[in-house]
Design a protein around this ligand. Structure first.
Ligand SMILES: COc1ccc(C(=O)Nc2ccccc2)cc1NC(=O)CCSc1ncnc(N)c1Br
Length: 273
């Protein structure tokens, strides 16, 4: 489905298939665009559930930003349309589904699989930062798997891809870096922190600052209370990289391009991504 911005899509242009998942803001269905037979994911947002005023320009801006983002590890947003009750997003379909379900199923990933995922996300983030877009929500819930097993970053919720991205605290704290938890200014290096949290969770099956209460997670994050369990056993090279990402001072975090040269990534990541 080429992003034909001028195209006025309607529901009649699509055959609707099985539900793919229930997002916070609505349902996602497998769908086929009738003329091209192209398979897409159609996300239905209920206007009643998202503030009327915000939604039009919010989604318009989202589509505008996303239409300039073309990267194999970023899920495409082809376009949108709406009727009086709902807004529909036409999304790329990731045929191997949701990453977090994969993580739940196998508890944790191998070092090679993790390094390959982390490298592909680093490349996607380098691409986004180059376009002055930061803070793609890179927690497992927002990652999908494409037909070749490659990761796709997909934003499921309010997506304001600018420097003043608002983050409602209703989402998990786990992925927030200290500067956001202490809600001070933040920059692209927040994504390096989140990628470090993700790398840890891929290898151990739990996020690094996991705790029963939010207040404990908060404290562990601001103190960077980073501990590596003995099980599963993880290479010291992997721990070394994670320790260079989960650094309180955002200016001291390993830059993304340096991450791609780290021995653990070089020795473990599958170059195809
Ligand atoms: C680029 O991906 C997005 C971009 C934007 C938004 C979004 O809601 N924006 C938004 C929502 C409200 C107001 C303003 C913007 C959402 C997504 N993505 C998603 O919601 C993922 C749907 S689940 C899925 N998708 C494909 N293949 C599968 N196998 C599955 Br399961």
């Amino acid at each position: 489905v080429p992003a034909v911005e001028k195209q006025r899509w309607t529901l009649n242009d699509f055959d609707i298939g099985k539900p793919l998942g229930r997002g916070k803001f609505g349902h996602v269905y497998l769908a086929r665009e009738k003329r091209s037979n192209h398979i897409v994911a159609l996300k239905v947002l209920f206007k009643s559930q998202i503030k009327q005023s915000q939604v039009e320009h919010q989604i318009g801006r989202e589509v505008e930003i996303q239409s300039h983002l073309r990267h194999p590890n970023i899920l495409r947003l082809y376009g949108y349309f709406y009727d009086q009750k709902r807004v529909y997003l036409i999304l790329e379909y990731a045929s191997k589904g949701e990453l977090y379900k994969e993580l739940q199923k196998c508890n944790y990933f191998s070092e090679r699989c993790t390094a390959t995922y982390v490298a592909s996300l680093a490349r996607a983030l380098i691409y986004c930062h180059g376009k002055h877009v930061i803070h793609r929500d890179i927690k497992p819930e927002n990652l999908l798997i494409g037909a070749q097993g490659e990761l796709k970053i997909a934003d499921f919720g309010w997506a304001v891809h600018t420097y003043n991205r608002r983050r409602t605290m209703c989402g998990t704290l786990d992925y927030l870096p200290p500067e956001m938890v202490e809600s001070v200014e933040h920059d692209a290096s927040v994504d390096i922190w989140s990628l470090g949290v993700l790398c840890y969770e891929f290898l151990y099956g739990v996020p690094p600052f996991d705790a029963k209460e939010n207040s404990d997670t908060y404290r562990r994050i601001v103190q960077v209370d980073l501990k590596f369990p003995t099980k599963p056993s993880v290479s010291s090279a992997a721990k070394n990289l994670i320790s260079q990402m989960l650094v309180k001072d955002s200016s001291q975090r390993i830059p993304l391009h340096k991450l791609l040269e780290h021995t653990w990534i070089v020795q473990n990541a599958d170059p195809s991504g």
